[in-house]
Design a protein. Structure first.
Length: 218
């Protein structure tokens, strides 16, 4: 049986991704490496530090040592490290958000990027621009930071987390044709934001998992 190991910088996606793998790729064994200290250091430093980079690269190769065929990097804040890790590690390292970005730039030219962390906006926007360049597309990106939503979610205040994301989407929806949710943990807001704004909304978990079929040879 093929094996995927997901590398997380927080615990939020461990349960949801386990359920999605069971639904979308039941023939694949999925395990997780989660280190919440990573995202705390990224937030405190305003970006990826050398120490975070070293630990992530070590986790990618630890996944290879554990028998994984593919690593799924689930945190968009450290997506640039995953890109390097794909060359550095002994097995493929896939970004959960890359398939979402590739689909977004093919569908729309004005894209709203919703995030609960400023450290996720820059990597996600870079990814979207990179995918647009590869596809020969021109895109305009409008950032929508749901300031305070991440902290609310971490403290268990789901209502505030969701409200702040919804407010960020409403602020920018008149200027864009689509909304992209920068963090996989925001996928639960996809339907609500569609109803609220009338815009198509993309999130990364389902698209990211489905895209693993190719590197897994399925």
């Amino acid at each position: 049986m093929k094996q995927v190991i997901c590398v997380h910088t927080a615990m939020a996606l461990v349960g949801p991704l386990t359920e999605l793998f069971a639904k979308l790729l039941p023939e694949v064994n999925v395990n997780h490496i989660a280190d919440s200290s990573l995202i705390k250091e990224v937030i405190a430093s305003g970006g990826v530090t050398p120490a975070v980079r070293r630990r992530l690269l070590a986790y990618y190769n630890a996944a290879a040592d554990a028998g994984a065929d593919v690593v799924l990097n689930t945190c968009s804040s450290v997506g640039d490290v995953a890109d390097y890790g794909n060359q550095y590690a002994r097995i493929p390292v896939c970004r959960i958000d890359r398939p979402m970005a590739a689909e977004a730039v093919m569908e729309c030219s004005r894209i709203g990027v919703i995030s609960t962390l400023p450290t996720t906006l820059d990597p996600t926007c870079r990814l979207l621009r990179s995918e647009a360049e590869k596809a020969g597309r021109d895109v305009v990106l409008v950032e929508g930071l749901a300031d305070g939503a991440f902290a609310a979610g971490q403290s268990g205040d789901r209502d505030t987390h969701d409200r702040l994301i919804a407010e960020a989407a409403v602020r920018i929806c008149a200027n864009v044709d689509m909304l992209v949710l920068a963090q996989g943990s925001m996928a639960c807001m996809e339907e609500r934001l569609f109803r609220l704004t009338g815009l198509p909304v993309l999130s990364s978990p389902v698209l990211g998992i489905k895209a693993l079929r190719k590197p897994l040879g399925l």
